[in-house]
Design a protein around this ligand. Sequence first.
Ligand SMILES: CCCCC/C=C\C/C=C\C=C\CC(=O)SCCNC(=O)CCNC(=O)[C@H](O)C(C)(C)COP(=O)(O)OP(=O)(O)OC[C@H]1O[C@@H](n2cnc3c(N)ncnc32)[C@H](O)[C@@H]1OP(=O)(O)O
Length: 303
Amino acid sequence: MCPSVPLPSPCPPGILFPYSSPQLWGRAALQPPVLLPTQRRTFSNNKILVELDTSSGVATMKFKSPPVNSLSLDFLTEFCISLEKLENDRACRALIITSAIPRIFSSGLDIMEMFGKSTEHYAEFWRAVQEMWLRLYGSSMVTVAAINGSSPAGGCLIALSCDYRIMVENPKYVIGLNEAQLGIVAPFWFKDTFVNTVGHRVAERSLQLGLLHPVTEAHQIGLVDEVVPEEKLQEKAAAVVAQWLALPDHARQLTKSMMRKAVLDHMLAHREEDIQNFVKFISKDSIQKSLSMYMEMLKKKKS
Ligand SMILES: CCCCC/C=C\C/C=C\C=C\CC(=O)SCCNC(=O)CCNC(=O)[C@H](O)C(C)(C)COP(=O)(O)OP(=O)(O)OC[C@H]1O[C@@H](n2cnc3c(N)ncnc32)[C@H](O)[C@@H]1OP(=O)(O)O
């Protein structure tokens, strides 16, 4: 067992603290460097599979919710539970997120959760979306998105919330915050997470046009950090994680907290207001009509 680690003092008021227990910091990093046999711990539900290699401290999370890994309320709940389990596991220092569904990383928020439902449902759903982002963006683990398929809107947010993004080179895959194309608006914390990754000008253009960027372009604008052939994805993700884990956990975690604190604090301070704004916005007839037309368009595309 890893001994509990004293908090760095004075304790910075970073968002990482409410979402990860400070006494867990250091985790496997502070254990003596003994060679342990590879040990795997697996847990799974019907949406997500998690495999933790306790000898390296690296967990791999696979989204497995057909047909397109859309982020339904159930999916978000399972995602948050899985994140919490890993965050609280002393043996886990890093997380690789990928998809078990061919060609799709995640299709973003489940549009059916935002269509034709009660205001109570919209509020519950939006709180779950916020919770997912707070946990992932505020995670004390090293997080790498291994993006093996298209990743629009909420799917892109998941990737943006990680520390590093590696995408498979495939001319058919796209990634971006395309909310404007659906007639909806990316909330301020989606926008802030995007700006923190690609910068203001690129984000402004991309958001206003609701662009879904092909992989090469996503790499050029800094939306993804690396592009690799499919067969190299897991190997690359493992190498990136190893590089990040070579640093002392507390230094990396405090730096991460410092970089992300303003955006996380802003959202926490406006969380209830953001839920009210979402409910009001999504309940509008005009927005419901836009979503309905978008779903129709998706179905027509198939036939
Ligand atoms: C001013 C105040 C502002 C306050 C804030 C307000 C609002 C913010 C609100 C919301 C923010 C939302 C963010 C989002 O994430 S919205 C979701 C955006 N997602 C998309 O646009 C993706 C749409 N899907 C696709 O482009 C393709 O499906 C995809 C490329 C993912 C896969 O293509 P493929 O050809 O393989 O598969 P399809 O046949 O298209 O799809 C299969 C099946 O799945 C259904 N589906 C796809 N995506 C979704 C989805 N996101 N939600 C629900 N269902 C989805 C699709 O309709 C098909 O269904 P069926 O026909 O088989 O029944």
